[in-house]
Design a protein around this ligand. Structure first.
Ligand code: NAP
Ligand code: ZN
Length: 335
């Protein structure tokens, strides 16, 4: 009987321990993937800590997966054995609702997440619905491409949807796993790009990744100086902030978009939203179609995650380093 070997959290906040499960029969629409790499997204840390109250223990985290297809279900026509594919946050959707039928599967009410109520990618293999395993262009190295499957699509999709172009002035808040990829895509889209960071030591690298400007957010004066400057600000941070200072940093008609998940409710005054017709919004990952487009754009324009590799067995070490904001810029587990 097939066993999948991985590393699981058995309780909120616990260290990951070796764990095996029997995946049962391969479903007709599924593929099995032998995992070579899996990125460590901060969402994995939120799930391990049960910050969102949705974790079911034990579970194997991991949703920035790259590997080779080893088995295809009887109805799978889109993938073949041996093909290199990636899997991100989403592993299934109903395929029938108005959102799925428009290619917006990420908005499906029945969306299934790769490592919520099922086992994810800190493992030797995984099974997912074949619609959610996307081919990876040959020119992308697996280690640098794995983080694109969640971190990459999460920042690419809103930049694309909000029409970022050479006339746009874009701010990226938090230069971590998501933020360092966002700097690259915003630059590829031709925008004038500003990095907002609490880490002064990241300035040089942020500029090399695509930022024209760098704002140290620990300096109140620097934040005041950028008031009224941005068409679009993308927040990738997982901490509470003075969000009013970001609303003030928007130009009239500008948008503050959340992809990072702060622990507390976001509180702002309505007045600058009214007077400047400013918008606050959010964005969840992206559809399989957008994932393919994003990987293609990354391959053609040289966008890749800057990574620190850890052997899969050292996942706990990688997690500790992410917790301390010490990784430059994405930890990736390798089998
Ligand atoms: P990460 O690699 O840990 O990066 C987060 C960055 O936020 C840090 O590098 C740091 O940047 C900044 N930061 C951390 N603590 C801070 C604090 N106390 N105050 C101000 N800034 C702080 O995390 P990630 O993997 O990029 O994920 C970021 C967030 O996005 C998480 O909440 C995750 O769950 C969420 N997420 C959402 C989606 C979605 O679909 N919307 C998808 C993936 C992830 P500096 O050092 O530059 O300040
Ligand atoms: Zn993620």
């Amino acid at each position: 009987m097939k066993q999948i070997q991985g590393l699981a959290a058995h309780a909120a906040g616990a260290e990951l321990l070796p764990f095996r499960y029997n995946p049962g029969e391969l479903k007709a629409q599924e593929v099995e993937i032998q995992i070579s790499h899996c990125g460590v997204c901060h969402s994995d840390l939120h799930l391990i800590a049960n910050d969102w109250g949705i974790s079911q223990f034990p579970f194997i985290p991991g949703h920035e997966i790259i590997g080779k297809v080893t088995t295809v279900g009887s109805e799978v026509k889109s993938l073949t054995v041996g093909q290199r594919v990636g899997v991100g946050w989403q592993s299934n959707s109903c395929g029938l609702c108005e959102w799925c039928s428009q290619g917006m599967e990420n908005l499906c009410a029945a969306a299934e997440a790769t490592c919520v109520h099922r086992h994810g990618g800190y493992a030797d293999s995984i099974r997912v619905n074949a619609r959610f395993a996307v081919p990876v262009p040959d020119s992308l190295a697996s280690e640098n491409a794995a983080p694109l499957l969640c971190g990459g699509i999460t920042v690419y999709n809103p930049l694309r949807i909000h029409g970022i172009n050479p006339s746009s002035r874009v701010g990226i808040v938090g230069i971590g796993g998501l933020g360092h990829i966002a700097l690259q895509f915003a630059r590829v889209f031709g925008a004038e790009v500003t990095a907002f960071s609490t880490s002064a030591a990241k300035e040089e690298e942020a500029r090399a990744l695509g930022a024209h400007h760098f704002v140290n957010t620990r300096e109140t004066k620097a934040m005041r100086e950028v008031a009224g400057s941005f068409d679009f600000i993308l927040s990738t941070i997982n901490a509470d902030q003075d969000w009013m200072s970001y609303v003030h940093a928007l130009r009239p008609t500008g948008t503050l978009c959340f992809v990072g998940v702060p622990p507390s409710p976001v509180t702002v005054h309505a007045f600058p939203l009214i007077s400047g017709v400013r918008t606050i919004t959010g964005s969840p990952i992206g559809s399989p179609y957008r994932l393919r487009e994003m990987l293609d754009v990354a391959a053609r324009h040289g966008v890749k995650a800057q990574t620190e590799a850890f052997p899969m067995q050292k996942a706990n070490e990688a997690i500790e380093k992410v917790k301390k904001n010490k990784v430059r810029y994405r930890a990736v587990l390798a089998n």
